[in-house]
Design a protein around this ligand. Structure first.
Ligand SMILES: [Zn+2]
Length: 264
């Protein structure tokens, strides 16, 4: 049996499926998991580290974020935090914008942020004390989630809420999509030195077998085209590619950028 030693809470990435990250928050004794699409990596980590599961936190209803919940509940009957209106039957603590979560067993508090767009009920979990953001499939490193249920206006508004968080906030998104996202960013803002530096840095991480996540709000504001769609260089790229007419509104730029990425 591993010997558990309590420490201040940390976050561990549990890779799952092809490119998902499940996030395990633990203090050496207790653990909570964010978006367990698969129970296998979670149960393995709990056993390896000698941890007791105390909570499940969900950002939205997609199966690659929720599929492991039944098996985890069979392992431990813990509360399931999640959006109030994203059609997740397993949620026992429904949440909405402004709600606060004290994660059971852990010195971690979250504030809930409504971030509709990818799904209509999507929420994010933000800890100001820890400077952590768990944002599911809304803000990605270098990109954003597809707009499956909401509107471009909703997604742009959700991203603006996240971009307003402190610069040092760590962005724990749910997929390793970074290099593909940065290839698109490079197509719309190739002249950005910050973007070129990020491409070099994140490419080196992947070549070394490392995760590029978490990112930070600072890095996203400097390089993520979906937070930079009002930049003249990006608007110029959209116009040059025939994606929008000159003089279009900012929200048209955002929608055109997201539509272009869908087919990039
Ligand atoms: Zn999703």
């Amino acid at each position: 049996m591993p010997v558990s030693a309590q420490h201040s809470p940390t976050v561990r990435a549990l890779p799952a499926f092809k490119d998902n990250y499940l996030w395990l928050i633990h203090d050496g004794v207790h653990a909570a998991v964010v978006d367990p699409g698969d129970s296998g990596p979670v149960l393995a980590a709990l056993a390896e580290l000698g941890l007791t599961l105390t909570a499940i936190l969900l950002t939205h209803h997609h199966a690659d974020h929720t599929g492991g919940v039944p098996a985890l509940l069979a392992h431990a009957a813990v509360p399931v935090y999640g959006p109030r209106n994203d059609r997740i039957a397993a949620v026992t603590v429904p949440l909405k914008q402004g709600d606060r979560v004290q994660v059971p067993g852990l010195d971690v508090h979250f504030e809930v942020i409504d971030v509709p767009g990818h799904t209509l009920g999507h929420i994010a979990y933000y800890s100001s004390a820890r400077q952590w953001l768990f944002c599911g499939d809304t803000l990605f490193a270098g990109g954003c989630g597809r707009i499956f249920e909401g509107t471009p206006a909703q997604m742009a508004g959700s991203l603006a809420k996240l971009a307003a968080l402190p610069d040092d906030t760590a962005v724990y998104c749910a997929h390793e999509y970074t290099l593909a996202n940065l290839r698109f960013a490079n197509a719309v803002e190739a002249g950005s030195p910050a973007l070129q530096a990020r491409i070099a840095s994140d490419t080196a991480k992947r070549e070394a077998g490392q995760a590029t996540v978490p990112s930070t709000i600072r890095v996203e504001k400097a390089t993520n085209p979906f937070l930079r769609y009002t930049e003249p260089a990006i608007i110029g790229a959209l116009v040059d590619a025939g994606k929008v007419d000159a003089g279009a509104a900012p929200l048209d730029h955002f929608a055109a950028l997201r539509a272009w990425k869908n087919v990039f």
